[in-house]
Design a protein around this ligand. Structure first.
Ligand code: NAP
Ligand code: ZN
Ligand code: ZN
Length: 349
């Protein structure tokens, strides 16, 4: 067992406070990772505040982890002490079902083991995330950080990056595709960069007029600010693919109306409140409403290599672990450009 320093929410909605987390003794294929940086995803906030229903407490959030391998189990073959590695939203899966065998571990038919707020495969042990100085993970659920990417600005790629890269590839965004990104936050800002690098024509749909300049700087070809897209008649039928990256409820009927025939609206954002859509909004132009989560390990590695090749990393604001509660407040209020990343040196000091 290894004791790591961590920050945890002891109960639903309580501020995060200093805690110690026990990491398991290394199994043959495990690596012990000393965490250098961990991104702050809106999902961390949703879960620490219990916004998605029943959660497991105490909770150590964090699933955008970059660190160095400090120790390896005796059967580890792909990682070495000193390697710079990343861990994203999941740390295990059944490894046998059709999804796992296809490299789609997040869609494991038995359910993936999330990096935190989850039970391990034994059904008893709890998983704790990356707001900590160290984590133990099976090497098969780690990825290599390409040399060209800085650790801090690469960390959010482990969730935000792969969550947008995966649907952009699945729905074949590229030259000739008109992609809209709804919400310019952590996910949204990487989506703009990646969609642009894939060759798509990219528009940002935001409710914050003040983000217009940023949208163009990030690579968007167009920016549309609105709280009510139903009134934007000139945008009707404008897009092939819309990535919904908003953390709260939006008018899905109005949004679907912006799709051309056969276009797809992909839900990535997970509003705590349920939301619906009228059948007519989809039927009229044979539109699709879809959902998507992170890609698997192989695709996460592909995404990191793609980002390294295209010079893509995240726009971040580094914070100390001790400032996480203030960061959550700012995230809730939309005051972040565009991802907080915790410098774990602050927790070691
Ligand atoms: P974030 O950084 O807070 O960005 C969310 C953006 O949504 C904001 O920047 C804002 O953009 C917009 N927004 C926020 N409140 C709004 C409101 N009341 N009305 C309209 N727009 C609003 O969050 P994130 O980390 O990118 O995560 C976004 C969502 O994706 C969260 O729900 C998260 O849980 C979910 N998520 C899902 C997956 C998955 O597997 N599918 C993975 C990661 C995250 P504008 O100012 O531009 O409007
Ligand atoms: Zn996340
Ligand atoms: Zn599986």
């Amino acid at each position: 067992m290894y004791l790591a320093k961590a920050f945890a929410a002891q109960r639903r909605g309580e501020p995060l406070t200093a805690w110690q987390v026990q990491r398991r003794a290394l199994r043959p294929r495990d690596v012990l990772i000393e965490i250098d940086f961990c991104g702050v995803c809106h999902s961390d906030l949703h879960q620490a505040r219990g916004e998605w229903g029943r959660q497991l407490f105490p909770m150590v959030p964090g699933h955008e982890i970059v660190g160095h391998v400090q120790r390896v189990g005796p059967a580890v073959s792909r990682r070495q002490v000193g390697d710079r590695v990343g861990v994203g939203c999941f740390v295990d899966s059944c490894r046998r079902c059709a999804s796992c065998l296809e490299g789609l571990e997040p869609y494991c038919e038995q359910g993936m083991t999330a990096t935190y707020n989850s039970l391990e495969r034994d059904g008893l042990t709890r998983s704790y995330g990356g707001y900590a100085t160290a984590i133990v993970v099976d090497e098969a659920y780690t990825v290599a950080i390409p040399e060209a990417l800085p650790s801090d600005a690469a960390a959010p790629l482990l969730c935000a990056g792969i969550t947008v890269y995966s649907p952009l590839r699945h729905w074949r965004a590229g030259p000739g595709t008109r992609v809209a990104v709804l919400g310019l936050g952590g996910l949204g800002h990487v989506a703009v960069k990646i969609a642009r690098a894939l060759g798509a024509e990219v528009s940002v749909l935001s409710h914050s007029a003040r983000k217009e300049q940023d949208a163009f700087r990030l690579g968007a070809h167009a920016f549309h600010c609105a709280t009510d897209f139903a009134t934007q008649t000139h945008l009707r039928g404008a897009f092939d693919l819309i990535l919904h990256t908003v953390s709260s409820r939006v008018d899905l009927d109005a949004l679907a109306g912006l799709l051309r025939r056969d276009g797809t609206l992909v839900m990535l954002g997970i509003s705590p409140e349920p939301q619906g859509i009228r059948a007519f909004s989809l039927i009229s132009q044979r539109r699709s409403l879809a959902g998507s989560t992170m890609g698997g390990i192989a695709q996460t590695q592909e995404m990191l290599d793609f980002c390294a090749q295209h010079g893509i990393c995240c726009d971040i604001e580094r914070i100390r672990m001790q400032d996480i509660n203030e960061a959550f407040e700012r995230l809730q209020g939309g005051d972040v450009r565009y991802r907080f990343v915790i410098d774990m040196a602050s927790l070691r000091a």
